[in-house]
Design a protein around this ligand. Structure first.
Ligand code: DGJ
Length: 731
């Protein structure tokens, strides 16, 4: 303990009223966010970007700018309060106990805690001089990864409750000539559709009001380029994401100096939050990384951070699997499943994953119209229960995992009949369904117990269960909670308390079952964020498993999430050959959703070998550095490469994306990246379909310098529409 304490160096700086200004540099190995108080003791952002080698020079920054005061107040506030001197979009807005709507926030003190040699936490306390409302800003930095994690806590000591109307996680200020926002929209089977916007005067908002499945239309992730559009290898770029599995809002506001204010956090839409005296309101984290060497470096930093500090078991192992969703949908029984177990073994995957349709008896889950909520095995399909399936799978030589969607209920279910009070619905209005179902009210502790119980029962009865796929298919219509109503808690707490309830359940589960891998799924990728990924080992990007579509989705999703967390399955969604499907799925955590018995002998042989190749390469794909070499949005093919940290192994994936006549041959080589120029590497084409010949057989050896300056031609063409190349150091 003593040792631990001596490791923590705590520096406390206290300053109530300042004659002289206070400067707070918050640094990573490359970058800095620098804050400074003004004459009135308001704290503003004076720099975001590269750090200065001599930190005493931060005091010269504000003199270098000649911004005049203007009629909107101070633009660069570190946490803009509403109702007093600022007339721009506030980060913080309160209705005080006495009905007053004004807030001001003055700097009080800050402290820096060095948690270890890489992680440091700066805590800043701001206070309203009239009402005493206290706002603590937290900035956790990860030096090596250049990642900032920022969140806020709010409390007060008024006589009775106050109402929080705005409570951002982060309020940032950027100075540049121009700003380009790379953001996303989408819907089911169309996740992560990118769009580029040059920000102009006014506010550009990215937000979601969908509740449970918040990211279906827009995820809380974006890329912001400064001065000009960034590319993979060049340009100033910030990758940002909110760690929250519910409604979010990000406002990008250009001020009259053409600088950019960013306010990111939970969406305050219909979510005024009542805060009792001394209660603490903690916001989710806004996580961001900044690079002046382009998107590639920024995303590699994000991956390193996520694997080490956020995703459950981010540096650990993952299971390859065979899922039965597309193979059977709801139509299966014990015998059919036993056949699939054998297929899984024959293929060579680690596990079989039983999807939707295994439960409910009064209203059997034979389609998505009934049964959700009734988590007892369906006696007709599974007369011997899950336990029997686990045993059979084990006998067949594979592990067994199972799908659940515990947050939801079909009106056609016993749960709905028994517990209408647990369902999110407007009692006085007709119900509105999304996929024939409704969310359960996770703000209610009884519902939290129920959801926890669904999983706990499964594990208690079947301790060998090796995997959970946790789905969530509906958005939240008619957001009304009977629990909140009964307990005289404002309805406007529902969206927030739902997510907090979900996290409570996940906390409890992880306390009891810390290791079991769990896939975060939401009718595809409808809920992927770093709030949930603390509890999950992986996520489902999209139900769209057409490999061509996946190339684009995986490209975009890979900016924010490392490949170890991204489940890619080979399915029959598309009729393109199994090689193309496999080569695309390999760029992540590979799985299958096919009937193995329907593969022809060549396809089976190919798949078995591909899984063996994957086994050799997975460490590099999961833990290595990702380089996006050729962008499919701008070219007729995509090339991506992973390099392990020791620069001894690498793998390059190439996919033809446009099958036009003039693509018959690829004329130029593709330059590799991330290798050691002075090392020698062999080049070998793998995942070669039986009966075809590789162009690179592993005999040719090149220097890293050659591969990075001249490159290698994957020779994509109609017959070779995907090519995977293994690169190994030669001694
Ligand atoms: C949506 C998921 O994204 C699918 O993979 C599948 O699990 C279905 N739900 C099952 O209902």
């Amino acid at each position: 303990m003593k040792k631990l304490l001596s490791f923590f160096c705590i520096l406390v700086l206290n300053k109530m009223v300042s004659a002289q200004s206070t400067i707070i540099p918050i640094e990573t190995s490359e970058n800095a966010l620098v804050l400074q108080t003004d004459q009135e003791n308001h704290l503003g952002i004076i720099h975001f970007g590269k750090k200065l080698n001599h930190s005493f020079e931060y005091s010269q920054i504000s003199k270098a700018f000649d911004y005049q005061d203007n009629n909107s107040g101070i633009y660069h506030s570190v946490y803009t309060p509403g109702g007093t001197w600022s007339l721009v979009e506030p980060a913080f807005q309160v209705l005080h106990a006495d009905g007053n709507t004004s807030s001001d926030l003055m700097y009080v003190s800050h402290q820096v805690q060095q948690k270890n040699e890489n992680v440091s936490l700066t805590t800043i306390i701001l206070k309203d001089p009239v009402y005493g409302t206290e706002v603590s800003l937290f900035f956790q930095t990860f030096a090596k990864e250049n990642v900032f994690e920022q969140w806020t806590e709010i409390k007060h000591q008024e006589k009775s409750s106050i109402q929080l109307k705005k409570y951002a996680s982060a309020n940032l200020y950027f100075v540049a000539k121009d700003f380009y926002l790379h953001h996303y929209h989408g819907s089911w089977a169309k996740e992560m559709m990118p769009e580029d916007t040059r920000l102009t005067a006014g506010i550009k908002t990215l937000d979601s009001k969908l509740g449970t499945r918040a990211n279906l239309y827009q995820p809380p992730t974006f890329m912001l380029s400064f001065d000009k559009q960034s590319s993979e290898e060049s340009g100033k770029v910030l990758l940002g994401t909110l760690a929250w599995s519910g409604n979010f809002k990000m406002d990008f506001e250009k001020d009259s100096y053409n600088n950019l204010r960013l306010i990111a956090g939970i969406n305050p839409f219909a979510s005024e939050y009542t805060l009792a005296p001394n209660e603490i309101f903690k916001t989710p984290s806004f996580i961001y990384t900044y690079s002046e060497n382009g998107r590639g470096e920024a995303s590699r930093n994000m991956h390193d951070w996520a694997r080490k500090y956020r995703i459950l078991d981010g540096e650990g192992n993952r299971l390859t699997l065979l899922n039965n969703w597309e193979a059977t949908y709801f139509d299966f029984d014990e015998q059919k499943l036993a056949g699939l177990f054998k297929g899984a073994k024959e293929l060579g995957v680690d596990m079989f994953l039983l999807d939707d349709g295994w439960f409910a008896n009064k209203y059997p889950r034979n389609s998505d119209r009934a049964g959700l909520g009734d988590w007892q095995e369906n006696k007709k399909k599974l007369p011997n229960g899950i336990g029997y399936l686990v045993k059979e799978a084990t006998k067949a030589g594979v592990k067994f995992g199972i799908w659940v969607e515990p947050e939801m209920v079909n009106p056609k279910s016993e749960l709905y009949e028994k517990h209408l009070d647990w369902v999110i619905r407007e009692p006085n209005r007709p119900e509105k369904y999304f996929r024939n179902q409704l969310p359960l009210d996770l703000s209610n502790p009884e519902v939290q117990d129920f959801v926890y119980g669904v999983l706990d029962n499964l594990f208690t009865k079947n301790p060998e269960l090796a995997f959970i796929k946790w789905d969530c298919n509906a958005v939240t219509y008619n957001a009304h909670s009977i629990y909140l109503e009964k307990n005289k808690i404002p309805q406007s707490h529902l969206y927030i308390d739902y997510v907090r309830g979900l996290y409570k359940v996940l906390e409890r589960l992880r306390a009891k079952y810390p290791k079991v891998p769990m896939m975060l799924c939401s009718g595809g990728g409808g809920r992927v964020d770093y709030g949930a990924l603390k509890y999950f080992t992986e996520f489902w990007v999209s139900d769209n498993t057409d490999p061509l579509e996946r190339i684009y989705m995986q490209w975009e999703s890979s900016y924010y999430f490392p490949s170890i967390a991204e489940c890619n399955h080979i399915t029959d969604w598309s009729k393109v050959g199994i090689k193309y499907r496999t080569d695309v799925a390999m760029m992540g955590k590979m799985g299958y959703d096919i009937v193995v018995a329907q593969l022809n002998p060549q396809e089976l042989e190919f798949s078995q070998k591909a899984l063996k190749n994957y086994d050799k390469l997975k460490e590099t794909i999961w833990q290595g550095d990702l380089f996006r070499l050729v962008n499919p949005f701008e070219n007729k093919f995509a090339s991506l490469q992973y390099v392990n940290k020791q620069q001894t192994k690498s793998v390059m994936f190439n996919y033809l994306t446009i099958d036009r006549y003039d693509m018959n041959t690829l004329l130029e080589p593709v330059k590799l990246e991330g290798l050691n120029p002075s090392k020698k590497y062999s080049i070998k084409e793998i995942n070669v379909f039986p009966g075809t010949k590789p162009i690179y057989d592993g005999e040719s050896v090149y220097s890293g310098e050659f591969l990075m300056k001249i490159g290698i031609n994957p020779k994509l063409n109609h017959q070779r529409s995907s090519v995977v190349i293994e690169i190994n150091e030669q001694n």
